[in-house]
Write a protein of this length. Structure first.
Length: 486
């Protein structure tokens, strides 16, 4: 373009050049993809219980007699354009709605982050403390129950502290992500057997196994946060496998301990790794075709290193992600109760008085009895739960589900999600125990016998989550100036 022609276009006053610049600026403001700067902070706080606390995960009491590795509340706080959210993972067996609400209230007081913008999930560590509530199963806890109750009373403040410290570290950040693939650590634990039944944990090299009764989810979705100068801040790792390697009486976070330590060796001691359990209600770490035992700290360490290796192997595959608004929505879902009758209630009361899980068939009898008594105590009231979605742009979505969810439900949710990478944190914002998919109910066995919610409940949760995600995607297309409704 010659100088004369250029001056004819960009002459003084409201020229065509000014209109072009003004139009481009307005386009940026109205385009939700070009969002304000992302800020991220991360922190962790030790939540190891005192000695003697009863350990969770089984149907008999076992007090802790030491600490193999400490338990933590880990938090990542996100902020964009004045909107804030927090992702929290606890090295615990589960979450309880009561302490989630208490922690959210404290977080809101201490940081200004709305309580409903906080997603709190548990890793499902079987070597953490019991979390006493009003369930029939907790009613029989002995002397150690007082220690556990005292611990539980202090827990909300520790969770809030982890979020507050993360909030204080908020700084400009970039997000990137990838989805890895690790099929060697997770296996469906329900099997079609030669006698026509569906077995649960039928044992290694069992000749009566025909094939698994369900799928697995080998995906390893990862989100990495770093400063503009490429200093690591935090890594969010999600993987669907039941966390029950260790056993014994020592407190331990199981394989997430090794995962976090391994990534810290590479990314720095200030870096925070936040691991959450995907939908793994019917999954575990046991390869029934491998004769070697898979238990104890050795196997936990092996799994941690393998998963860390998958994360680090894919480091060159990280792609920029989350260029868009931060949005948070949640909904309440009323789930129907599992059907029971008066005869089952009477039998359940007798069972909990007279049966031990070491008796022949005692374990499954207790599972059934505790379920019946918990359902009966509700007097027909449905189970109220929360489903939450936190999203960043059109790329990243975090979804909470309130229990041990069968893997097919998670796979269905991911397939129907309109986001590029959807991460599901189960045992989040409270937990109601096992949530099988509809197809599993007539198959029976442990998880179905234990489930407090009725057939179809899992599909209701998936539908609610997908609805939230689709609503957010529509909101992402909303012109600036029209507020998002949370």
């Amino acid at each position: 373009m010659n100088p004369t022609k250029r001056s004819s276009i960009c002459r003084p006053g409201l020229s065509r050049c000014h209109f072009l610049v003004l139009g481009f600026a307005l386009a940026l403001l109205s385009d939700p993809v070009h969002a304000a700067e992302l800020r991220v902070g991360a922190a962790q706080v030790q939540i190891t219980p005192p000695p003697g606390v009863p350990l969770a995960g089984y149907y008999h009491e076992r007090g802790s007699d030491g600490v193999h590795d400490d338990l933590f509340s880990r938090a990542i706080v996100l902020e964009r354009d004045g909107v804030k959210a927090a992702l929290v993972s606890l090295d615990l067996i589960s979450t309880r709605r009561r302490f989630v609400e208490q922690a959210r209230a404290l977080i809101e007081q201490q940081t200004g982050i709305p309580g409903k913008h906080v997603m709190i999930s548990a890793t499902h560590a079987h070597t953490g403390p019991i979390l006493p509530d009003t369930s029939a199963r907790d009613a029989g806890v002995g002397e150690g129950g007082a220690v556990a109750k005292s611990y539980l009373e202090a827990l909300p403040e520790l969770i809030a502290q982890s979020v507050r410290l993360a909030h204080e570290k908020l700084q400009p950040a970039a997000a990137s992500s990838f989805i890895g693939h690790e099929p060697s650590l997770t296996f469906n634990r329900r099997f079609h057997m030669k006698d026509g039944s569906v077995g649960w944990n039928p044992g290694k090299l069992n000749p009566d196994i025909i094939q698994p009764a369900g799928p697995v989810d080998p995906a390893v979705p990862v989100v990495f946060f770093e400063t503009p100068r490429q200093k690591p801040i935090a890594t969010y790792v999600n993987y669907a496998v039941h966390l029950d390697n260790v056993g014994g009486r020592q407190i331990s976070a199981d394989f997430p301990h090794t995962l976090t330590e391994a990534l810290a060796r590479v990314l720095g001691r200030d870096h925070v790794t936040l691991w959450t359990a995907g939908t793994c209600g019917d999954l575990n770490h046991i390869n029934v075709n491998w004769a070697r035992p898979q238990k104890g700290q050795e196997n936990a360490a092996r799994m941690g290193f393998v998963l860390a290796g998958e994360v680090l192997r894919n480091w060159p595959n990280l792609q920029p992600a989350g260029d868009g608004p931060l949005r948070i929505r949640s909904t309440k879902v009323s789930l129907p109760l599992a059907p029971i009758d008066e005869a089952e209630v009477a039998a359940a009361r007798l069972t909990v008085r007279t049966v031990r899980d070491s008796d022949p068939g005692g374990f499954m009898k207790l599972v059934q009895a505790f379920k019946v008594l918990d359902v009966y105590a509700r007097q027909g009231r449905p189970i109220e739960v929360e489903v939450q979605a936190i999203t960043l742009g059109d790329d990243l979505a975090w979804v909470s589900l309130p229990g041990e969810v069968f893997v097919q439900l998670g796979l269905d949710l991911k397939l129907d999600s309109p986001f590029k990478q959807t991460m599901i944190a189960e045992l989040a914002n409270g937990s109601i125990g096992y949530i099988p998919n509809r197809r599993a109910y007539p198959q029976g066995n442990y998880e179905v016998i234990s489930a407090r919610c009725a057939e179809g409940s899992g599909e209701m949760l998936v539908a609610a989550a997908v609805k939230l995600l689709k609503e957010i995607r529509v909101a992402n297309r909303t012109p600036a100036g029209k507020p998002d409704v949370n």
